[in-house]
Ligand binder design. Structure first.
Ligand SMILES: [Cu+2]
Length: 144
């Protein structure tokens, strides 16, 4: 009889021990993500290609990129963006093109000069580092 009792007691202790921490985790999950989402959505921007709207040809190219609020799509007047222009190549190093960026008269819009040396898919990797706004995205360009 004594043996059976000692076996039952440790099991019920284990069940109690497993039960209480999981309720703690649940309350933490309910509060934490809410504040995180609010903080990032307010400050996240993307860089979008606004011109040219038509096909882009091989060779020297002049593009207009615009920094936009990730939620509303409105132009955000940041002062600087970084852009790299690369083409992934099968079995080789990616092709990398020189990129020149100048601000335009419209705040939040930038003139980007690059050279697409080959027809196909190019990636423009854009980064915004601003005191208030942050964003990083890729613009895929199909060069004809
Ligand atoms: Cu290539």
């Amino acid at each position: 009889m004594k043996k059976i009792i000692t076996l039952i007691v440790p099991i019920s202790l284990l069940m109690v021990a497993c039960g209480s921490p999981s309720t703690d985790t649940q309350t933490q999950l309910e509060t934490a993500p809410e504040t995180e989402t609010m903080a990032t959505e307010e400050n996240t921007v993307i860089v979008a290609l606004v011109s040219p709207e038509e096909d882009i040809s091989m060779g020297d190219s002049e593009l207009i990129l615009e920094v936009q609020d990730n939620t509303s799509g409105e132009v955000v007047a940041v002062e600087n963006i970084e852009v790299s222009s690369t083409m992934p190549m099968e079995g080789e190093e990616p092709m990398i093109s020189k990129v020149e960026i100048e601000p335009t008269e419209t705040p939040g819009q930038f003139k980007v000069k690059t050279n697409f040396g080959m027809a196909g898919t190019w990636n423009l990797a854009a980064t915004v580092k601003d005191e208030k706004y942050q964003g990083e995205n890729e613009i895929i360009v199909e060069v004809k």
